[in-house]
Write a protein of this length. Structure first.
Length: 132
């Protein structure tokens, strides 16, 4: 009996620790490059825990002309990541409208995150690079 209880407690602890570590691997700042109408711009994102849930926010934007500014927008929530693969709810805000897509996450290595989603019949893949 004691051996069974000890084994169960050990497994619960191992699962909890593994889950925390896999989510924590995304914590920090990431950057993605985009191009629109011939202009290139970069968005800085930050993964952090909010009320014990992992969320991602866009926090900064700059273009290739040196113009930059603070930008605050929730980008991902409901993030699940296990062994480098996962999913999330991707949130895109434009012109006061909020668009929500299901996204697949692929942590290619500790500094490269691929995010794939489909919207309005178009498939998109973003590549984010860790900056901090």
């Amino acid at each position: 009996m004691i051996k069974s209880v000890t084994t169960i407690l050990f497994l619960l602890l191992a699962v909890t620790t593994t889950t925390a570590q896999t989510k924590d691997v995304l914590l920090g700042k990431w950057e993605a490059a985009y191009e629109e109408k011939g202009e290139k711009f970069y968005v800085t994102y930050e993964f952090k825990k909010e009320k014990d849930k992992l969320k991602c926010r866009a926090i900064f934007i700059k273009n290739n002309k040196g113009e930059k500014g603070k930008y605050e927008s929730l980008t991902m929530e409901n993030i699940v990541l296990m062994s480098g693969k996962g999913k999330a709810t991707y949130i895109y805000n434009e012109g006061g409208e909020k668009y929500i897509f299901n996204a697949k996450l692929n942590l290619k290595n500790k500094n490269t995150l691929s995010i794939k989603y489909t919207y309005w019949g178009f498939s998109e893949t973003e590549v984010w690079k860790r900056i901090m």
